[in-house]
Ligand binder design. Structure first.
Ligand code: C2O
Ligand code: CU
Ligand code: CU
Length: 440
């Protein structure tokens, strides 16, 4: 990551997607994938794609228990799919993997009701094998799941004011401020030197409250983010990918791998009007928080956030071994490349099973593979037999597996269907480090 020499601009806050219609029990939405142009840098606009917007998209909010009817509209010049990363919906048609194409100029309709804890999730394109290129064009947006339990807690939740989405991506700007995926292509993941935060470069955010809740999503194709604030400011992580954490965790540093999310609370009590608190990744400033006057906020983050049901692996199910191997074009999952016609594994619906995920890369210098499962939330049980990280005690759907490491997770599918699982370095996924399981 490098500093890009451009003026500071206000952080883009995506508007919320308004339902077309809403009753006490049902909500109707239209999500349209579209091509457009976005003024990101001074000078030429950048050609971009987005959902209900020219770049990235509007933020979607779903309420647990409500029945959602979603029209998926493709106004792009090529086919796409609409994947709900982190939603517990049945796969693969509703969940929007490569089995669910929507052709240019066409639309399709899905319906689902969520039964999962409040979480920060996302929507992204998933047509195999051009997921990576479509996400690079901008097809990714935040999806917030709300439930009554989360709403009963004293946490910031005023969207755009003290509850802020932060979609972390990186790009390379070529001539005329354009992105060029093919030119920048790397089978181990495309990266660019410029941080793009909610689609803005060099953003600042005007802080008007003592506490800020940041919903951070690593929406990059390949990049890991190593986050910290100026003054080594301590912050509190309250949620991971798919639920609140049972207990909040205090940190001064946070690492996210591709597709992982973290919700953190930053308390600016020691700052005053005119101060600036900078968020860095690897020592490059990525967002500047400009402090304004705020009224003191004495609320305390509860030390218990959620009770997760105790779950055990079904003793009748053997441990499932999953091997992520190779680099470049050689990436594979369990020695094979993805084939949509092939079901690689099965698991009875409603039964929990241990999955042992191994990254066969060399301990030194190898890549971290972020492992993701569709349509469910899992628990991280151990890393090489040791306790998982302190912020891995809630539900997750993506876990970084370090070189030479085996991570044990506990997976249960609540619904029947076919679900993909893969490395979330998106070029690895497109390159075949992916498989599918049928829950029956
Ligand atoms: Cu976030 Cu299969 O994807
Ligand atoms: Cu997914
Ligand atoms: Cu990978």
């Amino acid at each position: 990551l490098e500093v890009y020499d451009a003026p500071e601009v206000p952080l883009a806050i995506p508007p919320l997607l308004e339902p077309d219609q809403e009753t006490a029990t049902d909500a109707y939405y239209t999500v349209e994938a579209q091509a457009g142009e976005t003024q990101i840098l001074p000078g030429a606009k950048t050609k971009t794609w987005g959902y209900n917007a020219s770049l990235l998209g509007k933020t979607i909010v779903y309420h647990v228990g409500k029945h959602n009817h979603v029209t998926l509209k493709n106004s792009l010049p090529e086919l796409t799919t609409f994947h709900w990363h982190g939603l517990g919906v049945s796969g693969p048609y509703i969940d929007g993997g490569c089995h669910a194409p929507v052709y240019p100029g066409e639309e399709s309709k899905i319906e689902f009701t969520l039964h999962q804890p409040a979480a920060t999730t996302w929507l992204h394109a998933h047509p195999c094998p051009s997921t990576a290129e479509q996400v690079w064009h901008g097809l990714a947006t935040m999806v917030i799941v709300k439930d009554e339990h989360e709403e009963s807690l004293p946490l910031p939740r005023n969207y755009g004011v003290d509850d802020i989405p932060l979609v972390l991506q990186d790009r390379r700007f070529h001539e005329n401020n354009q992105w060029d995926y093919r030119e920048d292509y790397d089978p181990d993941g495309v990266q660019g030197p410029t941080a793009l935060i909610n689609g803005t470069v060099n953003p600042y955010f005007d802080v008007t409250t003592q506490k800020l809740r940041l919903r951070i999503l690593d929406g990059a194709n390949r990049r890991e983010w190593r986050l910290h604030f100026s003054d080594n400011l301590e912050f509190t992580q309250i949620a991971g990918d798919s639920s609140l954490l049972p207990e909040p965790v205090k940190f001064t540093k946070l690492m996210l791998t591709c597709a992982e999310r973290a919700e953190i609370i930053v308390d600016f009590k020691d700052y005053k009007e005119g101060d600036v608190v900078t968020l860095f990744s690897d020592d490059v400033p990525i967002v500047r928080f400009r402090i304004h006057d705020f009224t003191p906020d004495n609320t305390v983050v509860p030390d218990k956030l959620i009770d997760l049901p105790k779950e055990e692996a079904d003793p009748d199910l053997p441990v499932r071994a999953i091997l992520m191997s190779g680099m470049d074009e050689e990436v594979m999952l369990n020695g094979k490349k993805f084939n949509m016609q092939r079901i690689d594994a099965t698991q009875p619906v409603g039964k929990a099973q241990y999955w042992d995920i191994t990254n066969s890369n060399d301990m030194v210098g190898g890549m971290v593979h972020p492992f993701h499962v569709h349509g469910t939330e899992f628990l991280v049980i151990s890393r090489n037999g040791h306790e998982p990280y302190a912020n891995e005690h809630g539900y997750k759907d993506t876990v970084g597996v370090n070189p030479g490491e085996t991570v044990r997770i506990l997976v249960r599918f609540a619904q029947t269907g076919v679900y993909m699982y893969h490395c979330h370095i998106i070029e690895h996924e497109d390159g075949g480090m992916m498989a599918q399981i049928q829950s029956y």
